[in-house]
Design a protein around this ligand. Sequence first.
Ligand SMILES: Nc1ncnc2c1ncn2[C@@H]1O[C@H](COP(=O)(O)OP(=O)(O)OP(=O)(O)O)[C@@H](O)[C@H]1O
Ligand SMILES: [Mg+2]
Length: 265
Amino acid sequence: MAITITMGIQKGGCAKSTTTGVLAYLLSRDGYRVLAVDMDSQGNLTEMLSRKPSREFAEKSVLEAMQERDPSPYIVKISDKLDLLPAENFLATFPRWIYTGETYLGGYTRYTGKSGLILDDTLDKIRDQYDFIVIDTPPSLSEQTTNALCASDYVVMMFECSNWCYSAVPNFIESVEGARVHGRHNTRLIGILRIMNDARRSDAKAFNEMIEEDYPNQVFKTIITRKAPIGRLSLYGFEDNAELKQALRQYEDFYKELMERVKGG
Ligand SMILES: Nc1ncnc2c1ncn2[C@@H]1O[C@H](COP(=O)(O)OP(=O)(O)OP(=O)(O)O)[C@@H](O)[C@H]1O
Ligand SMILES: [Mg+2]
């Protein structure tokens, strides 16, 4: 049965999509069977992995998979070990569909279960086909995010060392706790990844230290710094990328730490 890991924080631009893509790639490179799920209507993970505009997945996305509770018709093969359940703009209509039953195409399909468990129910159909499912979330504590959290065994909280990210942390941790209580996977925070660090800034250093003092057992030792090759993963992706090795260097350390925690249960 797949182990499911969500990358999250409701603050925008904290490398959630980048980290989800890298983790999916590193797991598949290690020989694991991986499904990457995009739960953000921006479709950034979708574009990063598929190398196509996300709008090409209109009517063929995670939204339709959830409305039909069956991901299989919408799963896209990326490489031998890596599959993608894509997202596009209309995933933004997910909450409206939950509460009214109306689909953005004018159809009507009511979901009668708990609103936070729709993705979980959907992924149940294919969990035996993968070793890992990794999920990218939008920059909000929306239905998309709560569905991802409730479908997950583990959550990696992204922490960009800024004041507004620091303010986001308590609500995010409460949401993970909510998923643990209301979901079916005993959802746990597996770690806090400090990300996009600008080593020259003293305020960044201070926030890194503050989060470590607040959550000493949760922070990963690895801190990902700002590096152009990491930023350019959004441009070049993982195939035929001349600077891939540089882009992955710091992430390999995070990956090792994460896998030790996953294997330690
Ligand atoms: N370590 C890094 N160094 C430089 N640029 C980075 C790094 N990590 C991510 N980026 C870039 O920063 C931007 C934000 O990253 P990303 O889109 O992964 O964040 P996000 O949390 O998914 O954003 P959103 O909240 O909008 O979904 C992107 O342009 C990405 O390419
Ligand atoms: Mg994103």
